[in-house]
Design a protein around this ligand. Structure first.
Ligand code: G4P
Length: 275
């Protein structure tokens, strides 16, 4: 897992890189986290991609609850599919939808006498949403043929995914929305924002309070604790149950909160939807 720290300069650079690559593709595959499909959107994406066809992909669907509800909502905006990039669930549908979206463009080119060519796509998304996992998964489906094709400033690497679909091998990294405190919390829980840049204790206590209110079964099953509305109290109970104890018998808060975070992120506290 790796997340980035963002500064205005980084944001501008990331935008510029995407805009450069955008000229080479017929469609953009926007990766969202199915657990926080609204909070994992980038506020500037529409403006950045300037009307380019967009396929929305709800990734980490294996960790998410109510995926069907979100699919329905998002499909009112753009074609949307749900996938698990690690196991490969939903990937065939993703490829089919991507080709379909690019058809308008490739047909138009063919009509004007150009040699028929594969649809070209690029993946964009915030840190840790699963861009590399998806690229690897797509690349692994075929005997990958990577080829160089002249780009705007330097040769770009393309991965042949399927008959009729090529993917740019470097994804566009979008910055997340961290100006909204509620959104920033959700991005921290799912590790789109690094643990190093904020105070973990209130973040994890708030996570526990949210889970206790919305998805208590996962907490009860995993830790055999009494549900409470107080995050500190929940963390304390978990520390005691799981042996996160310091000398003198007091709960090692830091150890307990790291345990909760890592188990939550691995899906061990059940499927959730947090937006
Ligand atoms: P990025 O390129 O967008 O930054 O994300 P990346 O693919 O590196 O994925 C970030 C983490 O999310 C990885 O976990 C990856 O395994 C996990 N992940 C990606 N897609 C899915 C998915 O559909 N379902 C689940 N459950 N997990 C997913 P990690 O712990 O950082 O790495 P690893 O030890 O699992 O490789």
């Amino acid at each position: 897992m790796e997340t980035l720290q963002w500064f205005p300069g980084h944001m501008k650079k990331a935008e510029r890189l995407i805009q450069e690559n955008l000229k080479l593709v017929d469609l953009v595959i926007e990766l969202l986290d199915a657990r926080i499909p609204l909070s994992s959107q980038n506020p500037m994406l529409r403006e950045i991609i300037q009307g380019k066809p967009r396929l929305i992909v709800l990734n980490k669907a294996d960790l998410a609850a109510n995926v069907d509800v979100w699919l329905k909502k998002f499909r009112e905006i753009a074609p949307t599919v749900a996938v698990d990039a690690v196991k490969g669930t939903g990937i065939k549908n993703l490829i089919a939808q991507a080709k379909l979206l690019a058809e308008a463009k490739t047909h138009k080119l063919a009509k004007h006498g150009a040699k028929p060519r594969a649809a070209r796509a690029m993946i964009v998304g915030i840190p840790n949403v699963g861009k590399s996992s998806l690229i690897n998964r797509l690349a692994g489906m075929n005997h990958v043929k990577i080829e160089n094709r002249p780009g705007v400033t330097r040769a770009k690497q393309w991965i042949k995914i399927a008959d009729g679909l090529d993917l740019l091998d470097t994804p566009g990294i979008l910055y997340p929305k961290f100006d909204d405190a509620d959104v920033a919390l959700k991005l921290s829980w799912t590790y789109a924002i690094s643990d190093e840049i904020h105070d973990l204790e209130p973040t994890v206590c708030k996570l526990l309070e949210t889970l206790a209110a919305k998805f208590p079964d996962g907490l009860i099953e995993r830790y055999k604790i009494q549900i409470s509305t107080d995050g500190h109290e929940l963390l304390n109970q978990i520390g005691l149950k799981r042996g996160c104890i310091r000398k003198g018998g007091v709960v090692d808060t830091d150890k307990a909160l790291r345990l909760v975070l890592s188990e939550f992120r691995a899906g061990k506290l059940g499927k959730v939807t947090l937006d």
